[in-house]
Each structure stands twice: as structure tokens, then as C-alpha cells.
Design a binder for this molecule. Sequence first.
Ligand SMILES: Cc1cc2nc3c(=O)[nH]c(=O)nc-3n(C[C@H](O)[C@H](O)[C@H](O)COP(=O)(O)OP(=O)(O)OC[C@H]3O[C@@H](n4cnc5c(N)ncnc54)[C@H](O)[C@@H]3O)c2cc1C
Length: 301
Amino acid sequence: GLLALAARRGARFMPGTTVTGFSPTAGGWKVEREGGPPLTVDAVVVATGGLSVPNTGSDGRGLEVLAGLGHTVNPTYPALTPVVAEPSRFGSLAGVSLPVTIAARDGARSASATGGFLFTHHGYSGPSVLDVSHVVVRSRTEADAGARLVIRWTELDEKGWEAALTPDGPRTVAGALRRALPERLADALAELAGVAPSRTLAQLRREERLRLIGVLVRGELPWTGDEGYRKAEVTGGGVSLAEVDPRTLASRRHPGLLLCGEVLDAFGPIGGYIFLWAWATGRAAGIAAARRPPERPQPLK
Ligand SMILES: Cc1cc2nc3c(=O)[nH]c(=O)nc-3n(C[C@H](O)[C@H](O)[C@H](O)COP(=O)(O)OP(=O)(O)OC[C@H]3O[C@@H](n4cnc5c(N)ncnc54)[C@H](O)[C@@H]3O)c2cc1C
């Protein structure tokens, strides 16, 4: 495996070692650690991650040290984290999942996603919710008002639902909705629109039909908070990308310092993109760190 290969090439592992700081010296770097003398090294690759899921060891200390070394650390925030709605209008739907299209928007930023949606006991999760959650999170601290979450529950648009809700013999509202939605959700959305699920489509007045279509196509999803770093799959913010050389990931502030992965201010949607970012930047930083003499990055303008 990878560890065995690294060991054969002379890598030394010090598991369980907490780094408390690192600082430049005349010819390289001094790395302070808990429970042992400092290490003297030629180059430092900072791969300490963000603040997400702190019990995995990523507590943000790397970012603190980098800020102390003069790097610009853009404000951090939890991203790809479930959204909380308590008390929840949809609490009884916990466990129901379906594909949706969801958009989050506040005055400054917006995001939309199509994909899995899951009702939880505390609110909403699933890839689509996680992908727009940073807009919700940031609206809580950076915007005048909370972001609006607007959801289209099925692939059908207004026209599609107009057709699907056309009177058809004894077909009921529940019958029409359940063709495209999980049963319990179909009934809940009908009730949300003020339409009894047991009524036949022929009994619906025009304004009731339009109200129902509005809920199905542009439903407002109430929320009260987010699950924060405790459940965030990634940390937004971090060291400004302008401060690293994009080819080598070398710091533009200090020679022999390389940054990779989540300490940098970048993240992407669910789907393996964040792993790819960590692996690709880690590889580039490792290769650059091994180069002798260390490559000099373009200085900051
Ligand atoms: C629950 C969860 C699920 C995820 N799922 C996906 C997914 O499906 N797809 C995807 O693309 N991404 C996913 N991610 C995101 C991805 O795992 C991270 O973005 C990626 O691992 C970041 O890599 P990293 O090397 O920058 O940091 P990390 O993987 O966080 O590694 C940082 C390491 O540094 C160590 N460390 C921190 N500070 C110190 C210190 N002071 N001294 C010594 N060691 C220290 C930590 O213990 C940790 O081992 C997920 C993340 C989480 C939390």
C-alpha cells in the first residue's frame, strides 16, 4: 500500500503527534510538537484540514498558525451540513427521501442543486440540501435576513402539474400527487396548500389548483438553523488561494511552506470533488516540497 511504499522511500511516521506550531528558521523550518523536542525540517506541508467534524482531529489549529505567519485566512464557516427546522412542520416525515431541485438565496449569494433530499428528525439533509447549505449558514451571520429555501418537489413544472391535475373521473388530489411523490409527503403537501387530499380533481377550484401547484413547484421550506461543524463535510473559508502558487501550492509568503486540502479557501459540491481537491493539491505540494532547492513561488503583488 501507500504507507509501505512511503516507508520504503525513507518516510518516517509519527502517529499521535500533535503539532503545536511551526516557524521559519535560517535554513528551513522548526516544527513544535507536544511531548517531544522540536523537529528541524527543510519544508513544511500543511495538511491539517478545516474545522469540520472536530472529533476527527481537525480543530483549526493549522489555520491559526498560518494566520500567525501572516497568511490571510478568510472567515471559516460550515459547508455541506444538514439544515435544521425545529419545530418542524414536516417532523412526521422523518425518513422520507426523494429527488428534488432546491435553491437557497439571500441578498448576496445563491446556490441551487438537484439530487437526493431527506427529511430528518431535526430538519433536512441529503446531497441537494448539503450542496446549498453554505448559503443558509452564511445568511445567519453575514446577511440581513435568513436565506429563502425554495423547493421543486418533482421533475414537473407548472405546465406538467396543470396536466397532472386535470380532472379525471374519480381521481383524487392524493391519487394524482402520489403518482409523483411518496404517499405521506403527497398528503402533507396537499394539506399545506389547504386542499384536502381526499377531494377529487374535479372538485378543485382554480385558485386551489394554483395554490397546490405553487407548493409543488416553488414550495418554501421553513428552517431555523444548521447542524454546524459537528456534521459539516467540509469547511468553507480558509487561506486565500491568492497566497499560494497554483502549480506547486507553495506559500507566496514563506519559502519552504506548502499548503493543501481543506486549509485552503475552496470547496465543491457532494460527489468526490473535495477528496479530489485534497488529493490533487496534496500531491502537488508533496512533489514541490521534495524538490531541491525548493522552488521559489511568484511573490505576492
Ligand atoms: C463525515 C465526512 C464525510 C465526507 N465525505 C466526503 C465525500 O464523500 N466526498 C468528498 O469529496 N469529500 C468528503 N469529505 C471531505 C473530505 O474528507 C475532506 O475535505 C478531506 O479529507 C480534507 O483533507 P485534508 O487532508 O485537507 O484534511 P483532513 O482529512 O481533515 O486531515 C487533516 C489531518 O490533520 C490532522 N491534524 C490537524 N491538526 C493537527 C495538528 N495540530 N497536529 C497534528 N495533526 C493534525 C488531523 O488529525 C487529520 O488527520 C467528507 C468529510 C467528512 C467530515
